[in-house]
Design a protein around this ligand. Structure first.
Ligand SMILES: *[C@@H]1O[C@H](CO)[C@@H](O)[C@H](O)[C@H]1NC(C)=O
Ligand SMILES: *[C@@H]1O[C@H](CO)[C@@H](O)[C@H](O)[C@H]1NC(C)=O
Ligand SMILES: *[C@@H]1O[C@H](CO)[C@@H](O)[C@H](O)[C@H]1NC(C)=O
Ligand SMILES: *[C@@H]1O[C@H](CO)[C@@H](O)[C@H](O)[C@H]1NC(C)=O
Ligand SMILES: *[C@@H]1O[C@H](CO)[C@@H](O)[C@H](O)[C@H]1NC(C)=O
Ligand SMILES: *[C@@H]1O[C@H](CO)[C@@H](O)[C@H](O)[C@H]1NC(C)=O
Ligand SMILES: *[C@@H]1O[C@H](CO)[C@@H](O)[C@H](O)[C@H]1NC(C)=O
Ligand SMILES: *[C@@H]1O[C@H](CO)[C@@H](O)[C@H](O)[C@H]1NC(C)=O
Ligand SMILES: *[C@@H]1O[C@H](CO)[C@@H](O)[C@H](O)[C@H]1NC(C)=O
Ligand SMILES: *[C@@H]1O[C@H](CO)[C@@H](O)[C@H](O)[C@H]1NC(C)=O
Length: 772
């Protein structure tokens, strides 16, 4: 009986869909690709691109119920997955059966909604009479103003400028500098709801190429790594192993910086950012899987998410067919949340073991607690995300790790304590990712390595304490920083900060190898840099000749990349606060590595707190708002970076006095020269032979933009990198540099000396430049 009924239903469905297809065929018979003034498009009519590949029309998700709410969109004519490539009205769904798309006599393209007669304009500002709207062969819906002979006068509006969740070949992902807007993909809320959801995909241009950056609710979620001709660092295998052969292009010019791609003629391709955070080119390959970077994922490109104390690194959510026999569920009706929001909600709620969304809308969250049982063949078993906990592994990791540490440091009980402390917060150490570990050293082993902190081994004095060279029994050379002032933090916070900082990995950051904490001693152990620091070369009349322009340029770029990582990609949003030549260390190949980053955090100051009573910094590198008021932000680092750039180009210390008559600082001197059109006079005379005046002048220009008096005027580090790597990018005119006038110099002068007003309002730690 039941089967007969369902057969009947099938038949009914078949007839209905045949009828619907018939309607489509009918409209196909007199298909057109263009809408002219005075014309209208109604459901189920469609515009079809001249080559027949793309369609534009109204759609809803249940094709049988035409009164359903839906959207105006574009899709491939032949696509088994019915992917909607673009949606015109994602924020305002409409009743599609009674709506229409019209082009008015004045060229205004708009969706008219039956109820209340409201309209949704598409090209609201860019209209002209004698226009037409065409769905072209790339899937772009373009409104053009026409000449009387029918040729195109200009493009007024195009759907490619308003991407939704899909990047088609030929579409731009990136930055429109002229219009000051970005082309970004934003996922749908759910498979049925086109409203903006949890994920976005943006383009971050770097040094002639760039990378895709996926965010979840604004937080960095996944990075593609740098792109090449046909793949990205972190998705190289998938991209090349399939039948789609991509051709990637990276465009930089004065008006825009963007990424776009093409595929061989006739291929169907689209990069889709789905509501559960997948990046795919349906039907495959899949570049980022559903939920791939949540929890403790160590997949390539994943950005570490905040850890939750009740979760361990081996736990993750998996989609399974399960039932919750006695489970307790909690329904969160918030209709505007996505499956990814349930994911984060459940992960951070310790009692939650599973979740799903409302099966009819794909939104809201149903959170489960209690026990679940797998269901193989039950009636309508539901796919639910459940927490998988491999129980034995956790214990194994912890013991293994602690034992290893114990063997190394048998001396002190306190270190065992520390080891345990690390043990339960750190990632499992048997996953082959040793690079992330913070090793715990015993104090006696550090004393032995540095010859009891002998003065011969002293490399220098940083703002946070002296630095010594050391040698471990195995022969490895290390740099040992003995923190001079006691941290305001407790041991646990200190540890947590170190774990976070040890996770920061970038070629232009000095690597933290470990730490040592005993009594009042807090010691950090770093990799040793054989070529000392930048100031050692730069400010030495002979050694500076070793730094030709190519090396200096490489150093500038490396510092910029390291700083960008700290500001933008490290998730911790670290502001260095003491960037200077002596904090730039040089490796074997003279590549720059920033040291002392994260020190503000290690010392227990909240980096999110934008105001501090304790000013840590170095005269000559401090931005005015930081030096005078203690306000710091990324822009104070940008200021220091600007000073550093001027130093690198000129070979002069910023603390020196340049113009004997005017008592100008380096910044003031550079500003005066630039204003008089004599910028190149700042150039280090040893660079004359490089014949790179153009590049050097550009660096001075960018340097001056960085040291502008007001923080808001200064570029961000990503702007700086765009400016340095893209020679065609027009640069703004720098405004007044900070500390460039007599009055400001007085203030700067006071800063160098001991001024009581400052001491009263703020604790100052001004470190002088100290050669290592
Ligand atoms: C388009 O729809 C609106 C609202 O339903 C209606 O008033 C108008 O007459 C329609 N125009 C055409 C050309 O069908
Ligand atoms: C618009 O089209 C009309 C008729 O096709 C023509 O007479 C008129 O010159 C055109 N206007 C412009 C600005 O091209
Ligand atoms: C790749 O795309 C660019 C820009 O669209 C094009 O100029 C170039 O010819 C393409 N290369 C190949 C091999 O298809
Ligand atoms: C940038 O825009 C200007 C003004 O629209 C235009 O003249 C110029 O050709 C554009 N440059 C490039 C490289 O497209
Ligand atoms: C959902 O909407 C509520 C108000 O209705 C708002 O407070 C909340 O921030 C929204 N959530 C998201 C994830 O957009
Ligand atoms: C899911 O949403 C639909 C439509 O909003 C609603 O009728 C239904 O009750 C919801 N389901 C649950 C389990 O809340
Ligand atoms: C190291 O030096 C300190 C003070 O200079 C001294 O008290 C201590 O005994 C020395 N330790 C060793 C192991 O030599
Ligand atoms: C920038 O690109 C050049 C050549 O393409 C490369 O040599 C240099 O290392 C790159 N710089 C950075 C910081 O990636
Ligand atoms: C940097 O260090 C390496 C290894 O110590 C050395 O071979 C090289 O000459 C140094 N470079 C300079 C410019 O001193
Ligand atoms: C400096 O910080 C203070 C206190 O947080 C704030 O009120 C002020 O607006 C900040 N000034 C600037 C220029 O950022």
């Amino acid at each position: 009986m039941a089967s007969t009924k369902s057969l009947l239903t099938m038949e009914f469905l078949f007839i209905l869909s045949w009828w619907c297809l018939g309607g489509e065929q009918l409209s196909h018979a007199h298909t057109k690709s263009t809408l002219k003034p005075g014309e209208a498009l109604r459901y189920p009519d469609q515009l079809v691109s001249a080559d027949g590949r793309f369609r534009l029309g109204f759609f809803s998700f249940s094709s049988l119920d035409v009164s359903d709410v839906g959207y105006l969109g574009i899709w491939y004519s032949k696509d088994d997955y019915h992917t909607k490539l673009w949606v015109a009205n994602r924020d305002s769904p409409i009743s599609v059966s009674t709506a229409n798309l019209t082009m008015e006599a004045d060229g205004q393209l708009r969706i008219n909604v039956n109820n209340g007669g409201s309209t949704i304009p598409l090209n609201s500002k860019q209209t002209a009479p004698n226009s037409s709207a065409t769905l072209d062969n790339s899937g772009n819906f373009i409104v053009k103003e026409l000449n009387p002979d029918g040729s195109t006068k200009r493009v007024l509006w195009e759907s490619f400028d308003y991407p939704t969740d899909t990047l088609l070949p030929g579409m731009k992902l990136g930055i429109d500098h002229k219009a000051g807007k970005e082309w970004i993909l934003t996922s749908w809320l759910s498979e049925q709801v086109a409203a903006p959801g949890g994920f976005s995909l943006e383009w971050s241009p770097v040094n002639g190429t760039g990378q895709l950056v996926m965010r979840h609710r604004g937080n960095m979620y996944w990075l593609s790594g740098v792109g090449s001709k046909s793949d990205f660092q972190n998705i190289v295998d998938q991209m090349t192993s399939d039948y789609v052969y991509y051709n990637f292009s990276y465009i930089f010019n004065e008006n825009e910086s963007y990424f776009l791609y093409s595929v061989p003629d006739g291929r169907i391709s689209r990069l889709v950012l789905s509501s559960d955070g997948m990046l795919t080119d349906y039907p495959k390959p899949i570049y980022v899987r559903s939920g791939m970077c949540f929890g403790y994922s160590s997949e390539p490109g994943c950005v570490q998410q905040t850890s939750t104390s009740c979760r361990t690194s081996s736990q993750k959510f998996e989609q399974r067919k399960v039932r919750f026999p006695e489970g307790v569920s909690e329904w969160d009706y918030n209709w505007n949340t996505s499956i990814s929001d349930c994911w984060t909600k459940c992960w951070s709620s310790c009692s939650c073991v599973g979740f799903q969304t409302n099966s009819s809308t794909g939104t809201g969250c149903l959170l489960y607690s209690g026990q679940f049982v797998d269901v193989e063949n039950g009636i309508n078993p539901q796919q639910i995300y459940v927490l998988i906990t491999p129980k034995t592994m956790i214990l194994g990791c912890l013991c293994f790790w602690t034992k290893k540490k114990l063997r190394r440091d048998q001396e002190s009980n306190q270190e065992v304590e520390i080891a345990l402390l690390f043990g339960d917060t750190k990632e499992a150490s048997n996953d082959g990712k040793k690079g992330h570990d913070v090793e715990v050293f015993s104090f006696p082993s550090i004393v032995a390595a540095t010859d009891n902190f002998s003065s011969e081994n002293k490399l220098g004095q940083g703002g946070f304490g002296p630095v010594y060279k050391g040698k471990l029994p195995e022969g490895q050379e290390i740099a040992v920083k003995r923190l001079s002032r006691s941290s305001e933090q407790g041991l646990v916070e200190f540890k947590n900060e170190l774990i976070l900082i040890a996770k920061l990995q970038h070629v232009n950051l000095v690597r933290l190898l470990g730490c040592c904490v005993t009594g009042d001693e807090k010691i950090l152990i770093y990799e040793y840099m054989p070529n000392k620091s930048l100031d050692f070369f730069l400010f030495d009349p002979k050694k500076r000749e070793l730094l030709d322009w190519k090396r200096r340029r490489n150093i500038i770029e490396g510092i910029a990349q390291g700083l960008l990582y700290l500001h933008k990609y490290s998730r911790l949003r670290i502001i260095h606060r003491d960037l200077k030549a002596s904090n730039i260390l040089l490796d074997n190949d003279m590549n720059p590595k920033i040291s002392d980053f994260g020190m503000a955090r290690v010392f227990g100051r909240n980096a999110a707190d934008e105001f501090t009573k304790t000013v840590v910094g170095t005269r000559g590198y401090m931005s005015p708002e930081y030096a005078l008021r203690g306000n710091f932000s990324e822009k104070s680092d940008v200021y220091s970076f600007g000073v550093l750039m001027l130093e690198i180009v000129s070979g002069q210390k910023s603390t020196g006095i340049y113009h004997p008559e005017h008592h100008l600082s380096l910044v003031g001197y550079a500003w005066e020269l630039w204003r008089e059109g004599k910028g190149l006079e700042l150039m280090d005379s040893t660079l004359v032979e490089s014949h790179s005046e153009h590049q050097i002048l550009r660096c001075i220009h960018v340097g001056l933009l960085c040291v502008q008096e007001f923080a808001v005027d200064r570029p961000t580090m990503s702007d700086v990198i765009s400016m340095l790597t893209n020679e065609y990018l027009p640069l703004p005119i720098p405004k007044q540099a900070a500390f460039s006038t007599q009055r400001q110099l007085t203030v700067a002068g006071l800063l160098g000396g001991e001024n009581e007003c400052f001491s009263a309002s703020a604790t100052m730690t001004i470190s002088e430049m100290d050669p290592r």
